[in-house]
Design a protein around this ligand. Structure first.
Ligand SMILES: [Zn+2]
Ligand SMILES: [Zn+2]
Length: 151
């Protein structure tokens, strides 16, 4: 299944999408209860938190929902974790879930690569591309005392 960011109501997310949203669903049915495993994949452009370069990140989110057709929530389940639909429903809208889980899968601190060296705090050079020769301390000496706890 494929959709557009518009369909998942992600226009206002501030994200720049560079692929359609790919949704794969696995549904296990037990009478009128449907256990749904969903995987959402989409590519976005993010800015690396270290070197500030824009790069493509492939987001992937997995979530589960339980759909009950007719009847109330399953005993022992939180009503919030279920979608209750009328007995004659033929489909169920999961736009909200796709929306929420895509946003949740955006890393708090995006990195263009695990080993990104970032920018030199002294001269601003991109250390992935050049070694500028500045002297950089790993820890600001003024902070050193704060990183130790005397016992
Ligand atoms: Zn980077
Ligand atoms: Zn430098």
């Amino acid at each position: 299944m494929e959709g557009t960011p518009e369909e998942a109501d992600l226009r206002d997310s501030g994200l720049e999408f560079v692929s359609p949203i790919e949704l794969s669903l696995r549904v296990v049915r037990q009478r009128e209860t449907f256990w749904v495993d969903a995987v959402v994949k989409v590519s976005v452009v993010l800015e690396c938190a270290r070197c500030l370069k824009r790069y493509k990140e492939d987001l992937e989110a997995e979530f589960k929902i339980v759909v009950r057709r007719g009847g109330g929530p399953l005993p022992g389940w939180d009503e919030e974790d279920m979608k209750l639909v009328p007995p004659d429903a033929e489909d169920v809208d999961i736009t909200q879930e796709v929306h929420d889980f895509v946003l949740l899968s955006v890393p708090m601190k995006p990195l263009c690569s695990e080993g990104c060296k970032g920018l030199c705090p002294v001269c601003g050079a991109d250390l992935n591309e050049e070694e500028c020769g500045c002297r950089r301390e790993r820890i600001d000496p003024r902070w050193e005392a704060l990183t130790k706890i005397a016992l």
